[in-house]
Design a protein around this ligand. Sequence first.
Ligand SMILES: [Zn+2]
Length: 378
Amino acid sequence: MIDPDRLALEFQNLLIIESPSKKEGKLAYYIADIFEALGYKCFFDRSAENTGSEVGNLIVKIPGTVPSSPIFFCAHLDTVGPCENPKIIFDKGIYRSDGRTILGADDKSGIAILIEIAKVLKENIFPHPPIEFIFTTCEEIGLLGAKYLDYNLIDANEGFVLDSENPSEVINAAPSSYQFKIEIKGKSAHAGLEPEKGINAIHILSQILADLPFGRIDEETTMNVGIIKGGNYINIVPDYAEAKGEIRSHKEEKLLELQNLFQNQFEKIISSYPVKDKNLPSGKIRFEKIFKAFNIPLDDPICKVVQKAGEKVGLNIVFKRKEGGSDANIFNENGLKCLILGTGMQKVHTTEEFIALKDLIITANLVLEIIKLKSEMV
Ligand SMILES: [Zn+2]
């Protein structure tokens, strides 16, 4: 059974190992040593060549004791900053940092839970399916570990990502995200002496943006322009301007609609300018998919399993959608159906991050119940 003291101790050990994105090596080897000592096979994939991390993703295989289909659990190795020389404070059942750094419960709470699960399985008290743990790198800088994961190493085709907040809230849907970049080329000229010879790229860009909708487009779609650049001198007509932003939606067709709107607005404004010199003004607009939406229906067996496991540990599970991306978007896109479990981590990505030990324990129990229920399903 879950040993709360053993879990707490391991969690504290993990918190003091720094693991910013791309520097997950020390943590990854520490974890691999634990699993190898338990007798489980560990593999590092070759994703480091593409992610720029010190290590690949770590995959751990725990052989099943019953012939049911394999499942995976995932946690990410990296944390955001600041994370140098962390000091952990445990008071009234709550873990926090000393206020200088993040705590790193995102996602070391997930890692600690999976280590505890492996130790419980080793005790061989109950039957379980084959289990795979995936520890990804560079999640916080664009889901890179998951994007470059060697999917050939994974046998499971469904599982759970431990990377959300409340243990009773399970994430079954998340949006698609696209980033855009608009570039406008104009023509420079002295702003005071001969402005009529210039084409003002900033002016054109601002006209394109002015009539586009930004903010909350509807209840499942948002759009933001976040960066704008252009011009070097106050007295020169600027010949270049660019803007970058993002669109998120739970519906792919809404994203296409907005992309079309963007394109039309771009063409309308550009073509309204008389062509001056060498086809100027000109410009381009580029959309890049960052992650794809997923939506696991509530009647899917994986949702039923987590609901039932919740009942066994006294959690009233509610399914929610998330507005951000995570490894789960990339896994679902690659055919690994998965939900996101909360571990109790709160105020993540801030120096006020905290987690209650009781939430860590309850999530470990939830994961154990999921494994028990899965072992009964062939
Ligand atoms: Zn996270």
